[in-house]
Design a protein around this ligand. Structure first.
Ligand code: NDP
Length: 289
């Protein structure tokens, strides 16, 4: 029986944030410039409001400036685009993040396309997606970046390893596959039309769940000794009437089979904001030259 190691994303993210804070202090001293992150939130979605609050707090803790723009849900698309253009032109802002999902009357692609790619710290602009795909320097989506940091910390080199990414969204699955390719892994992207998903998953030295379906990936889909990264965040009911968070992987079943696994919560989740801070510092360094 394998002893499954827990990949502690919370601890890793804390160390990363401390390192970023040190780098921010050095950057401020050298340039006189404080890296600034602007976050735009439309409406009152409680989960988004919590994310935005946490982002703001951690941005300030890292020594950067945080600019929050909270707009009513009914704000027009023209007004959102005007705000993004103003942030593009603002020299105090080095990173711009528009919190998704946006209300239905807003064309999210149009908003993302308006963000200056040099300030696109979420890495969702097609210019950054394209640069990543062709192997150029890019601002890379935060959650996939966090996953690869955890993998490299756990495994060292990823070269030659079989990686299976379950999920092909533009914000997680696809950029994660690109990053794994950049690390010389052999990458398969699986999705809802994949035939015999359990067999595909069993090939993986690195198995990533980025689906959004509670505990879909079962213990016997995992190759013994594989490293499992669980991106999924799913809220499920508890017998006492409350709720709890679970990932896309059946965590208990994975014990004794996986070599290492990220828990939910406390695995990939905390890495996302830490990588957002890292991207903001990267953007500031490039913009300030
Ligand atoms: P999407 O809904 O955009 O994409 C889900 C993907 O899973 C799709 O590619 C879909 O395939 C695939 N899928 C759905 N059902 C199945 C199935 N039965 N078998 C195989 N594949 C399937 O989700 P996201 O990528 O945005 O997010 C995925 C999960 O990650 C969610 O739980 C989300 O909450 C979480 N998340 C966590 C973050 C973090 O900070 N930790 C950040 C972002 C997301 P198809 O394309 O064929 O429909």
């Amino acid at each position: 029986m394998i002893e499954t190691r827990l990949i502690d994303g919370k601890a890793f993210a804390e160390t990363l944030r401390a390192r970023i804070a040190t780098e921010v202090a050095a950057f401020r001293q050298a340039t006189g410039v404080t890296p600034g992150l602007a976050v735009v939130l439309l409406g009152e979605d409680p989960a988004s409001a919590v994310y935005v609050r946490n982002k703001g707090r951690q941005t300030i803790e890292a020594g950067m400036a945080s600019f929050e723009h909270r707009l009513p849900a009914e704000t027009s698309q023209d007004d959102v685009l005007a705000l993004v253009r103003a942030l593009n032109a603002d020299p105090a802002v080095h990173g711009i993040l528009v919190q998704l999902p946006l209300p239905a009357h807003i064309d999210a692609q149009a908003v993302l396309a308006t963000i200056d790619p040099a300030k696109d710290v979420d890495g969702f602009h097609v210019v950054n997606a394209g640069r990543l795909a062709v192997g150029l320097d890019a601002l890379v989506p935060c959650t996939p970046l966090g996953c690869v940091m955890l993998l490299k910390d756990t495994l060292g080199s990823l070269a030659g390893l079989e990686a299976v990414v379950v999920g092909r969204s533009n914000i997680v699955g696809k950029p994660l596959a690109q990053l794994l390719l950049r690390e010389d892994a052999t990458v398969t992207i699986a999705h809802s039309r994949t035939r015999d998903l359990p067999a595909v998953c069993r090939r993986a030295d690195i198995l990533i769940g980025a689906v959004g379906r509670p505990e879909m990936i079962k213990g016997d889909w995992i190759k013994p000794g594989a490293t499992v990264i669980d991106v999924g965040i799913n809220r499920v009911p508890k017998p006492d009437g409350g709720t709890r968070l679970v990932g896309d992987v059946a965590f208990e079943e994975a014990q004794g089979i996986a070599g290492a696994i990220t828990p939910v919560p406390g695995g990939v989740g905390p890495m996302t904001i830490a990588c957002l801070l890292a991207n903001t510092l990267t953007a500031a360094k490039r913009l300030v030259g």
